[in-house]
Each structure stands twice: as structure tokens, then as C-alpha cells.
Write a protein that binds this ligand. Structure first.
Ligand code: PLP
Length: 436
């Protein structure tokens, strides 16, 4: 057994550094290549590295930290739970923590929104939730084909990859990815072609060569695929079309859900109810792995154990998930606060974008960023931001979009500080542009 002090000692820059990552960890690692600092502490919207540098975190664990790092409203119940010797791992047995989570989820999320969903706990990741959704849709309809959208991202396991757009990620499958077709996402043709007609025609035309799908899977905002935000009436029309043709509509809210777009679910304002909803990233609220697949009761057709897994619904995640719902979703004050901050923040992004010819603000809510006409600009700006103490990512098929997703709990001063750093970082790469 090692003691707890030893690892701390080996973690110093003198004896630690990054050599072990280079020598032992697989080449597959990615985020650490852009952000090589060794991170040791985090609080709220700030991450601290072992050499004492502080980074403002506008990446938020790719959307897994909507309530910030080490949020005390979640941390305290978690610590209490552990200290009291309560059950941590329990497969899918009945536990007190699960009961309390389900009750709170029903009371604060489903009921107020009039959503009649069954709750399934797949394995604890987003791609697990998507796999469960696809399997269920195929089982219920008896059809194999699934339609998904250009630039979609749904996860890295084979079923999810088959409905994902990115060619590099698809290639990694090593086998043909079948039983799915891509259709144009909203505004794929820049308004030149009404992309919706395309889908309707394909479904109507028995000669289109597109098999009648079991399901259509869609993101309201494409988090990885370039921050494309579908119009709300486009989403509603998609839902209507699915109803008309008896196709199951799956909304993948893994990244855009849990308040990221300003409402708990990304589709709330669009006025339709998906048949299946995938949630993960921020559902535990604390960055603990957890996922849900929600579906209409009529779709509850898996046999007991037909989609199984060792870590389906982890009690520690239930504890923080419930605390997050009670802290932030018991009434609409948090939602209103987020929406007000989003308005300010987007105005700041717009001010930066307006200085550069062809740059546009993309996305919705706090899943937003700037697309630059020079595809290499966003990566360079993200690197310059890192040097100045800000973590921001890129998105899109060519990494051409600078992506910002601060924790929803980020204070207005911190949002402004982040915008200042972004402005400086952008100017360091593209020059001052046209002053407003
Ligand atoms: C992150 C993400 C996934 C995959 O989640 P993992 O936990 O990485 O498996 C699926 N869909 C969307 C929209 C995502 O953003």
C-alpha cells in the first residue's frame, strides 16, 4: 500500500514533469497536447496547474461541468454520503440514492415540463446512452436504418460512430459503418436549397434508395460539428415529419442539455417532445460519469438485462445529480440568470467577430463561439488564449470554430475577463481588425 503523501511528492515539477505521459501513456491522448500543464486543483471556473498558473476554464469538461469545478453545493452531500458509509457500487439494485435521484428528477425536471418519460440508466457515458437509444429504436420498429445529420457527433463506439459525421473519427472504426445515412442539417446549403425538402422527398420516394429508418437522431446544437444551431422551427418540423412517417426521433442532448442552451433540455422552446432523449455529460453535475436514456413509456421494450452494464447508475453520481437539480432547477431563477449572462456574453463575442471580415458568431446559449473564414485561425487563437490563462477549444470539421462553453455558474466578471483574453488572443493572431 502506498501512503497518501508519496504521490504528492512525486507530483512536483522536479521529479514529475510530463515525462511519464510521453513515455507511458498512449498516443491517443489529445486535449493535453494543446494544454500541456499538469493540472492539480480546480474551483468554480478556475483550474490551477502544479506550477501555480491559473486558467479560466471556458471548456468546462466539454460540457460535463455546467455547475463548475468542485461546486460546494454538490461536494458537501457527496462527502457526507461517503463518510456515512453509504453504498457506492450497487449495479442496478435499489438504493436510497437512486430513489432520491429518481424522485427529484421526476419532481423538478419531468413533471414541470409535462414529460412522460421512462428513465433508463445505460453505462455512464454519452455514447452508452446513444447506443441504448439506437438499439431500442431498432428493436421497437424492427427496422435497421437510422438517419443522422451532416457534421453530427454522437460518440466513439461503433453504433454511435455510424451516425457520426467526422471522417477521421469514422475511419478509426476499422470496419464499415453501416445501416445509416446522413442527411443535411439545418442550413447545410447556406439557405440556397431548402434542406428540409430533401428529407421529405427521400422519405416519400420509394426509389430514393434510402431505407425507411427506425429513427432519426439529431443534436439541437452540434457541439463538436461546428456549433451549428438548428432553428427551433426546423426542429419542430423534423419532429412533425417523424410523426407523419412513424419514425422515432432521438434528441442527443448529451452536450446541449442540462442547461447549456439556457433551458434544461435544448429542445424545450421548440415546442415538441422527442421520443427518446440522451443525457450525460452534466447530468451528475460534478463531473462524475453518469448517463440517462429517456423514452416514451410505449418504447419501454427491452427485456430485463437486454442492455446491461456494470456501472449503470453510480450512487455517487446520483447524490451529486440530485444536489445539482435541487440547487439549480427547483425554480426558474438559475435559468433566467444563465439566459441574462448568455445575452451579455454573446454581445461580447459579436464585438470581437465584427472586427474580422467574414467572422460569425455561432451556436446557442453557452454553447457558442466564433467561426473564422481562415480555418487555421481558431486553433491559433485557442493556443494564444492558453498562453494567457484561458482554456477554449475548437470545433468543426476543420477545427475552424473557436468554441466557448464556460460553466453556467461563471460570474459576470469572469465572463468579461475571458472575453478580454479572447479579444487579445484574437488580435495576437489576426491583428487588430477593423475597430468597431
Ligand atoms: C460528448 C458527446 C457524446 C459522447 O459522450 P461520451 O461520454 O464522450 O461517450 C455523444 N453525443 C454528444 C452530442 C456529445 O457531445
Amino acid at each position: 500500500m502506498t501512503t497518501t503523501t508519496e504521490p504528492t511528492n512525486t507530483d512536483t515539477p522536479q521529479t514529475g514533469g510530463t515525462a511519464i505521459f510521453d513515455s507511458l501513456e498512449s498516443q491517443v491522448r489529445s486535449y493535453c497536447r494543446s494544454w500541456p500543464a499538469v493540472m492539480t486543483h480546480s474551483q468554480g471556473s478556475t483550474v490551477t496547474s502544479e506550477d501555480g498558473r491559473e486558467f479560466l476554464d471556458f471548456f468546462a469538461g466539454a460540457g460535463a461541468l455546467n455547475y463548475g469545478h468542485n461546486n460546494s453545493a454538490l461536494l458537501e452531500p457527496l462527502l457526507d454520503y461517503l463518510r456515512e458509509g453509504r453504498i457506492v457500487h450497487s449495479l442496478d439494485m435499489h438504493t436510497g440514492a437512486k430513489r432520491e435521484f429518481l424522485q427529484t428528477f421526476s419532481d423538478l425536471v419531468l413533471e414541470p415540463r409535462n414529460l412522460d418519460y421512462k428513465v433508463m440508466f445505460p453505462g455512464p457515458t454519452g455514447t452508452n446512452s446513444v447506443e441504448a437509444a439506437l438499439k431500442l429504436a431498432r428493436k421497437v420498429t424492427g427496422r435497421q436504418h437510422v438517419l443522422s445529420f451532416t457534421n453530427a457527433f454522437h460518440g466513439m463506439t461503433l453504433g454511435s460512430l455510424a451516425v457520426t459525421g467526422n471522417s477521421m473519427k469514422r475511419k478509426g472504426a476499422g470496419i464499415p459503418l453501416t445501416n445509416s445515412s446522413k442527411i443535411p442539417y439545418d442550413d447545410y446549403f447556406n439557405g440556397v436549397v431548402d434542406d428540409f425538402m430533401w428529407l421529405e422527398r427521400v422519405l416519400q420516394d420509394s426509389g430514393s434508395g434510402v431505407d425507411k429508418p427506425a429513427a432519426i437522431i439529431v443534436e439541437s446544437v452540434q457541439g463538436e460539428g461546428g456549433l451549428n444551431a438548428a432553428r427551433l422551427d426546423w426542429l419542430k418540423a423534423l419532429s412533425d415529419l417523424c410523426r407523419e412517417y412513424d419514425i422515432i426521433l432521438i434528441v442527443d442532448d448529451v452536450q446541449a442539455g442540462c442547461g447549456r442552451t439556457g433551458t434544461f433540455f435544448s429542445f424545450e422552446e421548440a415546442g415538441f417532445t422527442p421520443d427518446i432523449v440522451c443525457l450525460s455529460k452534466s447530468i451528475s453535475g460534478f463531473g462524475l460519469p453518469m448517463a440517462l436514456t429517456l423514452f416514451r413509456p410505449e418504447l419501454d421494450q427491452f427485456e430485463p438485462g437486454e442492455h446491461n452494464g456494470t456501472f449503470r447508475g453510480h450512487n455517487l453520481a446520483f447524490v451529486t445529480a440530485r444536489a445539482a437539480l435541487e440547487t439549480y432547477w427547483a425554480d426558474d431563477s438559475f435559468q433566467k440568470d444563465v439566459q441574462a449572462k448568455v445575452t451579455e456574453f454573446r454581445a461580447g463575442l459579436t464585438r470581437i467577430a465584427e472586427r474580422y471580415e467574414g467572422a460569425t458568431v455561432r451556436g446557442r446559449g453557452f454553447l457558442t463561439g466564433i467561426a473564422f473564414p481562415d480555418a487555421s485561425a481558431a486553433g491559433k487563437i485557442a493556443a494564444a488564449a492558453y498562453e494567457r490563462g484561458l482554456l477554449v477549444e475548437t470545433s468543426g470539421p476543420e477545427d475552424e470554430v473557436l468554441k466557448t462553453m464556460p460553466p453556467l455558474t461563471t460570474a459576470p466578471e469572469e465572463l468579461n475577463r475571458g472575453l478580454d483574453i479572447l479579444e487579445e488572443a484574437t488580435a495576437s493572431v489576426l491583428g487588430d481588425g477593423n475597430p468597431a
